[in-house]
Write a protein that binds this ligand. Structure first.
Ligand SMILES: Cc1ncc(COP(=O)(O)O)c(C=O)c1O
Length: 340
């Protein structure tokens, strides 16, 4: 496989290990692919995408990276730290929560980590983001502002989920496939689960499977917002664009998205969710995040319970990071644990 230029920003390959006690409980072999260990403050799935995106930015002589995300975006936090490692300036469009944002609030989690890097943060009320139909116009505006000030800008869209970013998980699949047999004793997992947030991870995994001659029927995404149809369309288009732009052999556009597992909304966890994450941390020493991996993992277990034969025996869950999002829910966590 000929990859576009890539920088080394992540600690790769990340380990895969079996969740021994949970596997015994569920009656399946459940493995976890630890992409929460791609790094420290620059950890999670986004770093894989950034290895390719920032290589492109550097090759183009960029001086400032401009990107966007929610209040507790893992993508913007990973981008800020990776960009700083490369000596670049960073601007982040920060979408405020639906419920509003009080400037006197003490920042926590990813937002605090972003502030610590000295990145320029442009806060945008949720209603404005919605009225504009997404981050596109806001990114364009920031791009224009900084170019007029003489900077060489490089814009990374939401979640780094653009064709070049997909190579993060095309490369990831190659690494997973070389590790898996040593850990699990078969050539590839019967099923691979991931979270769908902006779709680039799913798109990259899909292409990686196709390019390695594997059936994409083994990939299951759990959406953490929107709907299955939304992601099938969005990820399908991303795969199409990536294949076209980079001349990849890809024909399959069937995407399996398991809907109905994100509860009352994006980033909202119930006390029961938090107690489940605490239970898994106690049982296996693995911490899921409340916005992405927690919802996807619970979704996976619910689907296995609903249709035990659908996913095979050896199941791999992609832990895509998000650890710092936990701190944004510290008060709710404390309450939920106290009530356990
Ligand atoms: C921790 C974590 N897991 C999963 C995802 C979903 O990945 P993607 O945006 O590529 O769909 C994201 C970001 O959206 C994330 O931050």
């Amino acid at each position: 496989m000929n990859y576009p230029p890539r920088l080394t920003l992540a600690n790769l390959p990340t380990p895969i290990h079996k969740l021994e006690r949970l596997s015994a409980e569920v009656g399946k072999e459940i493995y976890v692919w630890r992409d929460d260990m791609t790094g420290s403050v620059e950890s999670g799935n986004k770093v894989r995408k950034l290895e390719f995106l920032l290589a492109d930015a550097m090759a183009k002589g960029a001086t400032r990276i401009i990107t966007a995300g929610g209040f507790q975006s893992n993508h913007t936090r990973a981008t800020a730290y990776c960009a700083r490692r490369l000596g670049l300036e960073v601007s982040i469009i920060v979408r405020e929560p639906k419920t509003g944002f009080k400037p006197q609030e003490i920042p926590t989690g990813n937002l605090l980590l972003n502030q610590i890097t000295g990145a320029e943060l442009q806060f945008v009320p949720f209603a404005e983001y919605q009225a504009l139909g997404g981050y596109g116009p806001l990114l364009e505006r920031a791009d224009e502002q900084w170019r007029q000030r003489g900077e060489k800008t490089y814009v990374i869209g939401e979640g780094g989920s653009q064709p070049l970013g997909c190579f993060g998980y095309i490369y990831g699949v190659e690494q997973m496939l070389s590790l898996w047999p040593k850990v699990a004793g078969t050539k590839f997992p019967d099923s691979l689960f991931c979270a769908d947030g902006s779709g680039g991870t799913h798109g990259g995994l899909h292409l990686g499977y196709e390019l390695n001659g594997l059936s994409t029927n083994a990939i299951w995404a759990v959406n953490v917002c929107d709907s299955a149809e939304y992601f099938q369309k969005r990820v399908g288009k991303l795969i199409e664009d990536t294949a076209q732009q980079f001349n990849l052999r890809s024909i399959n556009r069937e995407l399996q998205v398991l809907d109905g597992h994100f509860g009352t909304g994006y980033g909202i966890a119930t006390d029961e969710d938090l107690r489940f994450y605490a239970r898994l941390a106690k049982q296996e020493g693995v911490l899921l995040d409340p916005t992405y991996t927690g919802k996807a993992f619970r979704g996976m277990l619910a689907e296995i319970k609903r249709a035990p034969d659908r996913f095979g025996k050896k199941i791999l869950f992609l832990h895509s990071g998000g650890t710092f999002g936990t701190f944004a829910l510290q008060e709710q966590y404390a309450r939920a644990l106290a009530a356990a």
